[in-house]
Design a protein around this ligand. Structure first.
Ligand SMILES: [Zn+2]
Length: 70
């Protein structure tokens, strides 16, 4: 099996690994309930996608936001 010719120093390894960064996932707000959701997916809280209900068990009408329930 192929082997590296020289041992990489700790500095070189750590310098390479310093470029690895955590990626923050994209988040948009649901048009219906206003909760933070993944873009291009059905809202898991109210079952709406692009302002329309697409879940069978979800309510077909838009939810009127109630400030007291928050
Ligand atoms: Zn929603």
């Amino acid at each position: 099996m192929a082997e590296p010719k020289k041992k990489l120093s700790k500095t070189r390894t750590n310098r390479r690994r310093a470029q690895y960064k955590a990626v923050i996932s994209a988040v948009t707000l649901c048009l219906n309930c206003g909760k933070a959701i993944t873009p291009h997916t059905v809202c898991k809280y109210c079952g709406f996608y692009k302002g329309k209900s697409v879940k069978a068990d979800a309510p077909t009408k838009r939810i009127v936001l109630d400030q007291e329930n928050k």
